[in-house]
Design a protein around this ligand. Sequence first.
Ligand code: HAM
Length: 425
Amino acid sequence: MAAERIQVPKGMRDILPEEVFKWYHVEAVIRKLAADFGYQEIRTPIAENTELFVRGVGDTTDIVQKEMFSLQDAGGRSLTLRPEGTSPVVRAMLENGLHAGAMPLKLYYNSYRCYRAEKPQAGRQREFHQFGIELFGADRPSADAEVILVGYETFRRFGLAGRLLLKLNSIGCPTCRAEYRRALLGYLEGHRAELCGTCQSRMDKNPMRIFDCKSEICAGIAAGAPLIIHYLCGDCRTHFETLQEILRVMEIPFEIDPTIVRGLDYYRRTVFEFISDDIGAQSAVCGGGRYDGLVEELGGDPLPGIGFGLGIERLLMSLEAAGYQFPKPEPVGIYIGSADTEPATEALTTRLVTELRRAGLSAEQDIVGRSVKAQMKYAGKLGVRYAAIIGGNEVASGKVAVRDMASGQSCEVELQELVNYFVGA
Ligand code: HAM
């Protein structure tokens, strides 16, 4: 009896050869775009010390309270698979002294695997990939505008700009939040008994978390709550208005959505999301904002920061929905078959495909001892441009018939000249 099969973990999926070329394409467009805007790539470990996310993302967030994939290493330390990229990038910046170099510092990460133990559904997985940018050392609204523009430009380069809506909000700074907090707590106090257990327990520490609670009752209560945007201090208001002005001048359409607070604790002032109508309930393809207190929170000197994370799976879903034409990968170019399984023939075909590959061409050969007919069928399936079969006759005559698979025409080529023939083809 066959052994029981083991399946991929819940909320995770395989990326198969038939779709990998789409990822390559998306990653290549992103790499070019990031370079055009002067961002440098950074790669950090997939796991961090758990404390980084507890402090960075915040201990009252759903991510830290419910969604971390944590494990113990052999020394008993608690590690966590990164649920997001911002805290690791801040840690790496401080640890490697990047903050001592030229400012502003512009970093990005491409296809970062992230892990959150959420309830899986379309567009929401437990393992997913993010493209993200982090811009440090710039506190002016023009920096917010640039970061938003990178997001906008990403979608524009994929022909999606018109299909996504930019939603913008400001959630103020610690100064304006103090007054807002009192107002929000006053409102929530009247509903305390109706709130879910999680919201009740985190209400005193961080009442704004009510806005990202997934319970329907809490969402209903949140809908009537006072909004931070009405409590902004003068500086935050000016910052937000200037940002809007820049976006208007740059003709980047946006909508103010006072309910966007984001599910991570580090944000201050500007927060934003790019929303798609094409991909179902999990509609935020990109989300980000300013996090001016985070570097300090993680042990550095005060340094403003702003960035975004863009979900690659959700981007791919948006592209599929828009009928995006991905450039197809090049098929294998040349098939060198064997007419028999004589060691001399097999050695010659191996030598030929090796020379072709070393010359930078893609080539395949028979390694399973199929009949010539079956080999030609296989070559057809591979979609090769040319096929040639080597056997005793070819070895004796020093010539081989090369078949152009598209036209069906054959021509004779000296075996010694075969590599040059294909290099020039
Ligand atoms: P986030 O909004 O939690 O922000 O995630 C950013 C993006 O990652 C989302 O808009 C979505 O496309 C994707 N994403 C998040 N969770 C999932 C999931 N479970 N399955 C599939 N895709 C998902 C952050 O992570 C911040 N670090 C962004 C940031 C960078 N803010 C400033 N700098």
